[in-house]
Each structure stands twice: as C-alpha cells, then as structure tokens.
Design a binder for this molecule. Structure first.
Ligand code: GCB
Length: 590
C-alpha cells in the first residue's frame, strides 16, 4: 500500500517536472545551510513590459561613453525584499504590472555541492535570470519555488534578475476579482541554499492515518547516488531507525513510536534528524492523529470543537503583506487571546513562518489555495495553476502537525465544470497527503424562509464541510439569525468557515447602525444564538481577525479600501465583537 503511495507520489513529481512550471527540488529550507538575499534590491518599474526587448536580464552597463543603454539597475531605486511593492512607495499603491528586481552577490560555492535559489513567494508570475541566463519561471503568488544555479553561479558579482508581474488575468488562480489587495512583488524571503551532490530532497514523517503510534512516510533523495542508507532519529523518543533508498532515491519508512501527541493544549514538537550517507537535515515535527467520524472531528481520538478565526496574510500594525516571524506571532497571539485553538489561513497559503508558529503555539490550521469565486473552471490553464499551487502548498507543509485541513476552494459556483475541477483537486491532495482532512468553504441556500440547507454536491468529496454565511449583514439584519435553522444532507462535521459584519473601530451608534461597533457586536450575539443550535456544527471561524485592505471596499470615511469585518482594527484595537467571541470560546472551554 505504502509502496503504491510512494510510486504515485513519484509519478506525480515526474509529471509535475515535465509541466511548464517547475517549483524546484528543495522542499524544506528550514534545516539547511543558506544565505539570505533579503534586503534592498534594485528595481525597474516596467508598465509596458519592454524589459525583455531591452535585455534587462543582462544587467548591462554602458561599455564606453558612447554606448547607448536606456536602463541601469546600478543607479535605479530599490525596494525591500521581502515585501510587497504597493506599500513601499506611494506611486506603486495601485500598480499592477511588471517590476524587475536585481540583486548582486558574491558566492564561494564549496566543491561537491549544488546551489539553489529559493523564493518563499513572488506574486504572481516570476521569471528568474542569473548572469543573463534564464533559470526558470513560476506562476502562483503564495507558494515557494526554487531553481538550481550550480553551473551558473560565480565567485564574484553575480547578477540575479527577477521579473515579477502581478497583472490579474482571467485564467489565473485567483482570477480577476478578489476581496483582498493584489500585493505584488517578492513578498517572501529569497535564499541561496547549498546542498550536497546527492541531497535529501523531501521527506514525509507523520503518523499513519488513524494511528497514534505508527509513523509512516518516505524520504526522497536527489542526485547521482540515489541508493543510500538513511537513518531517521527522534532522540527524545529514543528512536533511531535505518532504511535503504532505492535506485530512484526513495525510501519508504515505517516504525512504531511511543510519542507524546501534539495538541493545542500540549503542542509537543520533536527534533527529527534524517541522515543519509551524503546529507542530513533536522526538523521539528509534532505527531497527532486527525479523523472524522460521522459529524465529529477527532484529534488524537478525542472529539473536538474548532474554536477558530479567519486570518488574511495582512501585516498587523504596519499594513501590507505579512512575512515575518513577528507578524506571525502578533496575528496568532491575537487568535490565542480570542480563545482560538484553530485558524483558517485565508484565502491562499500563508508564509511558512505562520504555519511553523502555529505548530509551536498549538493552533490547528486550515490551509487553502486561492481557488476563489469565479475561477475559469473549464480552462486547463486554470486547472494547471490550481493544481501546482495545491502541490506546492502540500509539499511545503506536509510535516506540520498544526495543519489538519487542506481546502481546495472558497465560495465557488455550483456547476458541473467546477465540480469536476474540484473533485480532481481533492483526489490529487489525497494522493499527495493521505493523512489530512479535505475541506472547502461552500455556500448554502434557503430551503424555506427559515431553513438554510447545505447540500452542495462538492460535499460528497470532502471530509469536513466548510460553510460561509452572512445572515444579518448581506442578508437582512442581525436578528434574522434568530429565526434560522440549519440542515445538511451530509453526515459530516460542519465548520462555519465565515460569518461577519463590518464595523469601524471607535465608531458608535445603536445596534441597527451599520458600521458601528454596536451593530457588529449585536450581529455576533445573534449569530452565536443561531450557531449554538446547530447539532452538527463542529467549528466556527468568524470573518475575520483583523481589518484588511480590499480594492472593492470604497465607502469614504468608513471603508477607505479596507474590509472592516475585523474583530481587531488594522492598528490592533479590539472591537466590542472581539469580546463577544472571546466569551463564547471561554464558555466552550468551561
Ligand atoms: C466572503 C469571502 C471573503 C470576503 C467576505 C466579505 O464570502 O469569502 O473573501 O472578504 O465574504 O467580507 O464579504
């Protein structure tokens, strides 16, 4: 069985490698020797996309005083990496298009090593050139990718040029319209990663689905010496096991372990060391089981209610894309203060530091790809983009205990093309990771004037049903929730994956005054009254932890390009509704 899974995985890797997009070979940089390329990068704004014609990748300098050259990285302005460009310069706030980045660096590569350049994310399309040669291209704004540069790098004055283009296009994922800011640029860390000639490309070390003491997974080597002895050790658990990889570099691993299980109350992480004859990596991994049984979610065999909150990757306090450990600590710290044991990281894979902090803090995670609203479900281009992002999300985070749910979509229209598209994504995710639960945020509809029905056919392929609803905000006034009951055709856990109302922090009025904290507070009281009565409800994730920028929220003096549904303002002020939710989560823990 496991052999088949490893085989399927490898076939997928091979298939993926032949596709136009190549996310690269490095799956985990955390335990690697690396050099950061973060900091100031020279940039050229190229709204008409003439940079290729003018040979920007060559990063040329005039040869003599007569030479005609109409660009210069050396003397242009810089942008900080990581960071979106929109919040770094006023004139780039609304900019969507191409910007060229250039970083020069020296690098003394040790003999007998390979070198990769790794990008945490670039939104949305990236073309990468080193010393004038194209090394690769990547599509998708929220997942990592890397390219091998072993044969191109030199000791002095390397020129790394990256064209980043965040123009929206119909077949992109996401597509043209989103309710979040299209922050462009090299939004996450850029790193040079040096590995041995044959290195540990990836590993999957998790409890077997349904088991609390059997670790099963695989290790994959890449390079000229694929067949090697591999040791997996977990010193704290007294584990030291040896395996052999085969001619394709794959080793299947399987062993029993007596472990302290990871949970929100006790987020135990073990140091796990994987050693091959030529390489070693160390990671911090938690072990827990996650299953569903009828309408219940079981964590380590125990039924669990997900006390959640949705979070966008918006930087707390300073605004723009979040990327740092400090950002992650602030956002997740607020979620903990709310009483959460669960976060929905909406609407795309967040940076790796968020997930690693969730591992440390004991927050369960829902992670999703930006298959959002009206993607072009008939298009093979859109499917390829979605599938790649799904694969990259899973391969980056498949060893994180915090992640219990992979989500394939948010509020997508119910039609046959979309069902076929999402079914394939669910199958793909299950083949890549058989241990986690599959979900999607779906819609509901009226069965009669006081009954909401959840019966989207997508539900048949999922383990956990996510449902977004805005009764009392887009649909009537808050008290409308009092008259609503919920039904579902599925014998599966339901998580209310969104509900919320907008309020400006500090704006007061009565409970019927839109945008006031009192309206939002009343909305939450009525919502909770309704939600408590849903017998199959196993989690809540209100929309949203903090106000975030959106290009479709115009109301002057109120929204000003912010979606104000945050329980906390963008400056960190808790609104009244925050305390209503906090009280509910306290009650649940009593
Ligand atoms: C939704 C979307 C979310 C929006 C939210 C809203 O249903 O999933 O992305 O931001 O509603 O505030 O309208």
């Amino acid at each position: 069985m496991k052999k088949t899974l490893v085989l399927i995985y490898l076939l997928i890797c091979v298939a993926g490698a032949s596709a136009q997009q190549q996310p690269g070979l490095i799956n985990n940089i955390a335990g690697r020797s690396s050099v950061s390329l973060d900091g100031q990068w020279k940039t050229i704004i190229d709204p008409y996309e003439v940079g290729n014609d003018l040979h920007f990748p060559k990063d040329a300098r005039p040869k003599d005083k007569s030479d005609l050259l109409e660009y210069s990285f050396a003397t242009t302005d810089s942008l900080n990496v990581p960071g979106d460009w929109n919040t770094q310069r006023d004139e780039l706030f609304f900019y969507e298009g191409a910007i060229w980045y250039r970083k020069s660096f020296d690098y003394a590569r040790k003999p007998g090593t390979r070198l990769f350049v790794h990008f945490g994310a670039a939104n949305y399309l990236a073309e990468v050139y080193l010393n004038g040669e194209k090394v690769g291209r990547h599509e998708g704004g929220f997942t990592p990718f890397n390219f091998e540069i072993t044969n191109l790098v030199r000791e002095k004055e390397n020129s790394l040029v990256v064209k980043v283009d965040d123009k929206r296009y119909p077949e992109g994922v996401p597509t043209l319209v989103t309710d979040w800011w299209n922050y462009g640029g090299l939004t996450r860390q850029v790193t040079l990663v040096e590995v041995p000639l044959t290195f540990i490309q990836d590993y999957f070390i998790q409890l077997r689905q349904g088991s609390k003491n059997q670790i099963s997974g695989w290790v994959k080597l890449n390079g000229e010496k694929p067949a090697q002895k591999i040791t997996v050790s977990i010193p704290d658990a007294g584990i030291n096991k040896t395996f052999m990889s085969d001619e394709s570099g794959s080793a299947e691993i399987n062993f029993n372990a007596d472990l302290t299980l990871w949970s929100p109350e006790h987020p135990k992480l073990y140091g796990v060391v994987i050693t091959s004859e030529t390489d070693h990596v160390r990671d911090e991994i938690g072990f827990r089981s996650i299953e569903v049984k009828g309408p219940d979610i079981l964590l380590n065999g125990q039924p669990l209610f997900l006390r959640g909150v949705c979070i966008h990757e918006e930087a707390p306090l300073r605004g723009g894309r979040a990327y740092s450990r400090e950002d992650a600590r602030t956002l997740l710290g607020w979620a903990k203060e709310l009483g959460a044991n669960f976060v929905r990281l909406a609407h795309y894979p967040h940076n790796e530091l968020m997930v690693r902090e969730a591992d440390r803090l004991g927050l369960l995670v829902w992670s999703e790809i930006p298959v959002y609203w009206g993607i072009k479900f008939e298009s093979p281009v859109a499917f390829e983009a979605a599938q790649n992002q799904l694969g990259e999300m899973i391969s980056r985070d498949h060893n994180r205990a915090s992640i219990i749910l992979w989500s394939v979509a948010n509020e997508t229209p119910n039609n046959p093309a979309r069902l076929a598209f999402l079914k394939k994504l669910v199958e793909r995710a299950r083949s890549l990771d058989p241990t986690r639960l599959m979900t999607a945020a779906m819609l509901h509809h009226y069965a009669d004037e006081s009954t909401q029905m959840i019966d989207d056919p997508l539900g048949q392929y999922l383990d956990v049903i996510g449902c977004n609803e805005y009764i009392g905000w887009y649909d009537g006034l808050p008290e409308k929730a009092d008259r609503m009951q919920w039904k579902t055709v599925y014998q599966k856990p339901v998580v209310m994956s969104e509900f919320g109302a907008e309020a400006v922090y500090g704006q007061h009025g009565d409970e019927l005054t839109r945008w006031s904290e009192e309206y939002q507070e009343s909305f939450y009281r009525h919502q909770l009254g309704m939600l408590k009565k849903i017998p199959f409800l196993r989690g809540t994730a209100p929309w949203i932890l903090m106000d975030f920028r959106s290009p479709r929220r115009f109301l002057p003096g109120v929204q000003d390009y912010y979606n104000r549904k945050g329980l906390i303002s963008s400056r960190g002020e808790r609104k009244r509704a925050f305390y209503v939710m906090q009280e509910f989560y306290r009650e649940l823990q009593r």
